[in-house]
Design a protein around this ligand. Structure first.
Ligand code: SF4
Length: 298
């Protein structure tokens, strides 16, 4: 069946998302190769410069250092190549199983530096990193029982005028439908998945320690998602960007249909809500304007 019909999005939206996804991947691949080139150059310099002086200490030292540098260069090329091949293939290839770790720990910090030097915004780099991270997570990780998944949401989804405190118990929400929390609670109950809201990195880490999920489906901005993915590594995080119609950190929204697609991607089919009629197994539709799932807070 057509993807756009499955997701409830129009062909125009689907086409735009695909183009945007390809652009993000291209940016990531470009930065990966650029970082690889810089690292290799740096390593060669590290060998050439002391080479002249090392001979004076011991005649064998330049050769030993040369072997070490060559090994490091081969590792960087292997890691870059593996990452690019995994991205291109859209799955985890043999011998390149730990590419997400290499990306998170080695490439992202260096790519951010290189991207900034080239005038690319941090958010564009983070967004491309999140896209690739999601593909690596989807390629490597399988299906989970509902209690092994965690929906982790940012506090800014809650309507700013709402006086109810949700951080410690999201079920305090009265489900008035004026912000996305109502739809998130519906989604969490439909699939029996933990739902938590965090006001920052410290609380998010505490929630993760308490719930001990095997996979996190997180919604946040580029900065928080990228840092969350790094903080929680090796725990897999599938990131979904929030929508910010009123600017950052204020009455943000969540693309519920994307989130539900992600839930269904990682949920073991044996735990699908079997008691529900067939219709209810389809992802929640994007509401028409005025619908109650993604009401803009005001
Ligand atoms: S749905 Fe209503 S009660 Fe619940 S957090 Fe949003 S504004 Fe508050």
């Amino acid at each position: 069946m057509d993807d756009s019909r499955l997701s409830g999005r129009s062909p125009l939206e689907t086409g735009h998302e695909e183009r945007s996804g390809r652009a993000k991947k291209r940016l990531f691949i470009g930065l990966t190769l650029g970082t690889c080139g810089l690292l290799c150059l740096l390593l060669v310099l590290m060998w050439v410069v002391p080479y002249i002086g090392l001979t004076a200490i011991h005649p064998a030292l330049p050769a030993v250092l040369g072997v070490l540098v060559a090994t490091a260069i081969l590792f960087v090329i292997w890691a870059s190549l593996g990452l690019v091949l995994n991205i291109a293939a859209g799955r985890s290839l043999p011998f390149f199983g730990r590419m997400r770790g290499v990306t998170v720990t080695l490439f992202l910090p260096l790519m951010t530096l290189l991207g900034r030097a080239l005038g690319i915004s941090k958010d564009r780099i983070r967004s491309s990193f999140i896209k690739v991270n999601n593909e690596l997570v989807a390629a490597k990780h399988g299906r989970y029982a509902p209690h092994e998944l965690l929906l982790l949401m940012p506090h800014c989804l809650q309507r700013s005028a709402c006086p109810i405190r949700l951080t410690y118990d999201i079920t305090n929400c009265k489900r008035c439908g004026k912000c996305p929390i109502t739809g998130l609670l519906d989604l969490s109950e439909k699939y029996g998945i933990h739902l938590a809201i965090a006001t920052g990195g410290t609380i998010a880490r505490r929630i993760v320690v308490q719930k001990r999920p095997r996979l996190i489906l997180a919604v946040a901005c580029e900065r928080d998602l990228a840092s969350g993915i790094q903080d929680t590594y090796p725990l897999p995080v599938f990131g979904i960007l929030n929508e910010r119609p009123f600017g950052p950190c204020y009455n943000t929204k969540v693309p519920l249909d994307h989130l539900e697609e992600a839930v269904r991607r990682f949920l073991d089919p044996r735990y699908e809500p079997a008691g529900l009629p067939a219709d209810a197994r389809k992802p929640m539709p994007r509401p028409e304007s005025g619908g109650d799932r993604r009401i803009a807070c005001n």
